[in-house]
Design a binder for this molecule. Sequence first.
Ligand code: CO8
Length: 258
Amino acid sequence: MQEQPVVVETVDRVGVITLNRPKQMNALNDALMDALGVALLGFDADDGIGTIIITGNAKAFAAGADIAAMAGWSYMDVYRSDFITRNWETIRRVRKPVIAAVAGVVMGGGCELALACDIVIAADSARFALPEVKLAMLPGAGGTQRLPRAIGKAKAMDMCLSARTMDSAEAERSGLVSRVVAAEALLDENMALAARIASYSLPALMAIKESVNRAYESSLCEGVLFERRQLHARFASVDAREGMTAFLDKRQPVFSHR
Ligand code: CO8
């Protein structure tokens, strides 16, 4: 039987998606990106899930787009099939928090996939690069846009133009990743973080994610207005009432995710 390109598991309120093409360093082909999109949308629609983790294996989160698949494509092939936009951008439709748990090779489209997640937790073994220039290509899955927003123009230009590798310590210093943990603790640390996030009120998490993302896509004035309206809307939620009442009663809140 053919191996599944992603493996999907549920642990309480956490959905875990493991990229599963280890022989190809999890190179991201259409079958994998289609399956990833289906898994992401499935968890997003599942009332029992509060947070999603995307991970790979100890050697590779992902080594980028599948070069063997792309090598024979023409301009008309990629234009007509809407390469990247068609299935790589499904992640942008996910409203629940998505954590990338990365180790080993995080390169090209693999690095761009991590950049599209909400939080990136890296093993100390993680190595990041946008090496597309070596193929006379460019980081075309959001890398030229999200990387400068994450780490600034100077380092983004350096990485994209030179194809150099950044280690996990520099990635944390630069703002490319949220935290670095020991490689052997990567999954445990991620599960603990995901479970903690998933224990909070889901509509509050969704409002926070939408508001922080707004900071990328609007002026400060518009972003603050958006945030304020999201805050006002919290007062219509059952969970905000419960959260504040529980604090005053000195007890743990019981959220109904409404
Ligand atoms: N695509 C297809 N196969 C790959 C890829 C890949 N991106 N990366 C690794 N593999 C395969 C290798 O071909 C090899 O297969 P085989 O065993 O059959 O020969 C196997 O995985 C193991 O790889 P290596 O033997 O090379 O392992 P090393 O540990 O020596 O090196 C590296 C690991 C450094 C990750 C190396 O494999 C490498 O440089 N890979 C290519 C990285 C790269 O260039 N990524 C960018 C791809 S382009 C991209 O992601 C852009 C996405 C969006 C825009 C699309 C336009 C380009």
